[in-house]
Design a protein around this ligand. Structure first.
Ligand code: UDP
Length: 250
């Protein structure tokens, strides 16, 4: 069960958890009934959730909401309810993999690009790398993330047939959160999380920002420099901070 204090940033709930607490809560969720939903909102997702009632509802009903982004930490300070620390989704995934390995549980990787011409897809490459890093980890199955709505039920059946204890969905936000929420009641896995581009990083096809950027909460800047086409998404951060300052002013 999640007993962490839940604060609100721009009307969206976020759990006041450190990485260690998030891992502890994960352990509890893996023992509870049904499939728990873990979400990892950053500034962009908080802004989008303010405009998307469905996304807001999903985050509000999630079992664990980790603060994925330096923007949230700054906002929480400005709003007078400081978060313990930033818990990035990609770092949390490492801890999840470690926890699953330690506890003999399996993971299913859904999402990212399929392989071309018989080559392994991103999820397969990520699975291979994960197993190299966590040799005791059991990967119950993988499936790429480019499927139609009519294929979804079949994919959920495949995930259930694999017997996976944990589901990792990499379809980008908010697609991944909406997918999990849509099938949460039919999923046999004990918990599921949306991880955005993390499988690409695991597969080695995308690079994570160097440590300097990570340490100073500047991963967004590094990403912008590498993919300027994402500029629209990057503008979410200043917009988010302006909204937070307006909220505080009120
Ligand atoms: N993706 C997918 N199916 C889709 C759209 C996206 O599997 O229909 C994958 C995409 O290949 C990438 C991930 O979802 O691996 C999204 O990565 P992005 O960096 O955009 O997500 P973010 O971390 O910014 O949420």
């Amino acid at each position: 069960m999640n007993t962490a204090k839940r604060i609100e940033i721009l009307g969206i709930p976020v759990d006041m958890v450190s990485m260690a607490q998030a891992v502890e809560i994960l352990g509890g969720l893996m023992k509870s009934m049904g499939c728990s939903l873990i979400v990892t909102p950053n500034s962009e997702i908080i802004v989008n959730a303010g405009k998307d009632p469905k996304l807001k509802e999903i985050i509000t009903s999630a079992d664990l909401v980790i603060p994925d982004g330096i923007g949230l930490v700054y906002a929480s300070k400005i709003l007078g309810c400081p978060l313990t620390e930033r818990v990035t989704g990609i770092d949390f995934l490492n801890w999840i993999l470690d926890w699953l390995e330690q506890n003999g549980k399996s993971i299913y990787l859904l999402g990212s690009k399929p392989g071309i011409d018989g080559n392994p897809g991103i999820a397969d490459l990520a699975a291979k790398r994960m197993k190299e890093t966590y040799p005791g980890l059991s990967v119950a199955g993988t499936h790429h993330g480019y499927f139609s709505e009519s294929e979804e039920v079949g994919i959920v059946e495949k995930i259930n047939q694999s017997g996976a204890d944990f589901l990792c969905v990499a379809l980008g936000a908010p697609k991944q959160e909406k997918f999990i929420a849509r099938y949460q009641k039919s999923l046999n896995a004990k918990a599921a999380i949306g991880v955005g581009g993390s499988l690409d990083v695991w597969a080695g096809t995308a690079k994570r920002a160097p440590e300097f950027y990570q340490k100073h909460g500047l991963e967004w800047l590094y990403r912008f420099a590498r993919e300027p086409s994402r500029y629209r998404r990057i503008t979410a951060l200043p917009l988010f901070m302006i909204k937070v300052l307006i909220t505080r002013g009120r």
